[in-house]
Design a protein around this ligand. Structure first.
Ligand code: HEC
Length: 104
C-alpha cells in the first residue's frame, strides 16, 4: 500500500512538469534564436534576418493555434519548416507554450 502511494505521488508531481517543460525547452532549443526567449519584439534580430519584426514577435501574433502549427511545420519565407525534425506532438506543445506566453 505504501509503495502504491509513493508511486502515485511521484506520477502526480512529475507528469505535469514533463509536459510543460517539453514545449518550453524545445522552444528554447529550436525557436528562441530567431524569435527570442520570450517571443517578444526583437528589432535587432529582425534586422539581421531582414524580417518583419512584428512577425517575429510571436507573443503579439494574431494567428490562431492551427495557423501557427501549420507555419511551424511547413515554414514561411526565411523561416525553415520543422516537420522533418520534430513530431506533430512536439510542434503542438511548442505552440501551446507560445500561446501561454501570449496570455501573459
Ligand atoms: C531561422 C530563424 C527562425 C527560426 C529558427 C524559427 N523561425 Fe519562426 N519565423 C521566422 C521568420 C523570419 C518569420 C516571418 C516569416 C514571414 O515573413 O512571414 C517567422 C514566422 C513565424 C510564425 C508566424 C508569425 C506571424 O504572426 O506571422 C510562427 C507561428 C513561427 N515563426 C513559429 C516558429 C516556431 C514555433 C519555431 C521553432 C520551432 C520557429 N518559428 C523557428 C524565423 C524563424
Amino acid at each position: 500500500m505504501k509503495k502504491l502511494f509513493v508511486t502515485l505521488i511521484l506520477v502526480l508531481f512529475t507528469a505535469p512538469t514533463i509536459c510543460l517543460a517539453d514545449g518550453a525547452s524545445d522552444y528554447k532549443a529550436k525557436c528562441a534564436a530567431c524569435h527570442g526567449a520570450k517571443a517578444n519584439l526583437l528589432p535587432k534580430t529582425a534586422r539581421l534576418l531582414k524580417a518583419d519584426p512584428k512577425k517575429l514577435a510571436l507573443k503579439a501574433s494574431q494567428m490562431n493555434r492551427e495557423e501557427m502549427i501549420a507555419i511551424t511545420e511547413k515554414g514561411k519565407d526565411k523561416m525553415p519548416g520543422f516537420e522533418k525534425e520534430m513530431t506533430k506532438d512536439q510542434i503542438t506543445s511548442i505552440i501551446d507554450y507560445v500561446m501561454a506566453l501570449r496570455k501573459k
